[in-house]
Design a protein around this ligand. Structure first.
Ligand SMILES: *[C@@H]1O[C@H](CO)[C@@H](O)[C@H](O)[C@H]1NC(C)=O
Ligand SMILES: *[C@@H]1O[C@H](CO)[C@@H](O)[C@H](O)[C@H]1NC(C)=O
Length: 338
């Protein structure tokens, strides 16, 4: 939606409610889904968003096929899901109840004899149809748009932008459920492209889980702690006395530096023992591994680990010359590490 000076009302409304403008920027929804997903455009029956490399383009179905069917990922001549009131008037046949606006978590409609009167929850609150009230957004499961699964194929798995170790999955009734990738044994992160849970070092993530980060056993701890998933990332836990900091801030060491918990700060990568992604922030180069007594190195491509190699003839790897050498190397990241 654009503002043109000639549409004076539109201009005023949009400028007073910038969040509404942001939410209706539906091409942005693509950041949650895997490459190639087609999403029905919220609030329409016959338009869809084509997600390519995280960018959305809005497409319109041909006039002979007026319904975009998210499950089949194509335009159709019939509205396949007859119970789906998503693209019609949600108040049809209803009186004296509130229904959610499927295009916006904050908005709702009051239905009066089938007529939809729109309203808006205050602040950042979300409307919840089940309780017929506005609730704090942290207590709401609404993701960008309410009933997001009604515009997506069944069983779609998509990102939780607040926590890489969890994801949402759509069921066949159009509801989404929060699921976890981690078990008591291991932390895993959700990979949206494959729809699977994978080792954290293979996923680009800036929303590391914060559960228990600022705890030592059952006691609160403060200061700088590793994010447990990357070599450069760390949290700062505030000292809140007898309670733990539940919302520590995440930071990253500069490129070429890793976080060293024992020193409580950032240090050159070759001096820090870390077995997460050692290619983080290194681009495409060879880096020293944290294993095999400085005989091993890792090939980095675009910041990701691709393979781990061992120098021939008991040579050591010297990151500064990007090669194996007959000199003995005692880098802190690998010296004494099996
Ligand atoms: C995303 O999908 C498009 C179209 O299918 C393809 O051309 C592109 O290479 C894909 N991007 C990635 C990162 O795989
Ligand atoms: C955790 O607690 C134990 C015992 O209470 C203490 O010895 C240890 O130094 C603490 N570790 C950190 C990182 O605070």
């Amino acid at each position: 939606m654009r503002c043109y000076p000639i549409l004076g009302i539109c201009l005023v409304v949009l400028c007073l409610t910038p969040s509404l403008y942001a939410i209706n920027d539906y091409e942005q929804l693509c950041r949650l889904f895997k490459n190639g997903t087609l999403i029905r455009k919220p609030g329409t029956c016959n338009e869809y968003i084509d997600c390519i490399d995280g960018e959305g383009t809005i497409q319109v179905c041909p006039s002979a096929q007026n319904f975009f069917n998210p499950t089949e990922q194509k335009c159709s001549t019939v509205n396949a899901v007859t119970t789906n009131t998503y693209c019609g008037n949600r108040c049809e046949g209803l009186d004296s109840v509130w229904v959610s606006d499927p295009t916006d978590c904050q908005q709702y409609f009051y239905c009066r004899n089938g007529e939809a009167l729109s309203g808006y929850c205050s602040g950042t609150q979300h409307f919840e149809e089940s309780s017929q009230t506005c609730v704090y957004s942290v207590d709401s499961e609404c993701v960008d748009v309410a009933n997001i699964c009604e515009i997506l194929p069944d069983k779609t798995k998509f990102r939780n932008e607040n926590d890489c170790s969890t994801y949402y999955e759509c069921d066949k009734n159009g509801n989404h459920e929060l699921k976890s990738c981690s078990t008591s044994k291991a932390t895993k992160y959700f990979d949206v492209e494959t729809g699977t849970c994978v080792a954290p070092n293979t996923v680009a993530c800036t929303a590391h889980p914060k559960d228990g980060v600022c705890l030592n056993g059952s006691k609160p701890k403060s200061g700088y702690v590793t994010d447990g998933a990357t070599c450069r990332g760390y949290f700062h836990c505030k000292d809140l006395g007898s309670v733990e900091d539940l919302n520590p801030t995440w930071y990253q060491c500069p490129e070429g530096y890793f976080f060293d918990e024992s020193r409580g700060g950032c240090a050159t990568a070759t001096s820090v023992i870390c077995t997460h992604n050692r290619c983080d922030g290194r681009g495409s180069m060879l880096v020293t591994s944290s294993s095999n007594e400085c005989h091993n190195y890792i090939r980095c491509v675009n910041g990701l680990e691709t393979e781990e190699l061992t120098c021939n003839w008991d040579y050591f790897f010297d990151e500064s010359i990007q090669a194996c050498t007959s000199k003995i190397i005692y880098d802190g990241c690998c010296d004494g590490q099996d």
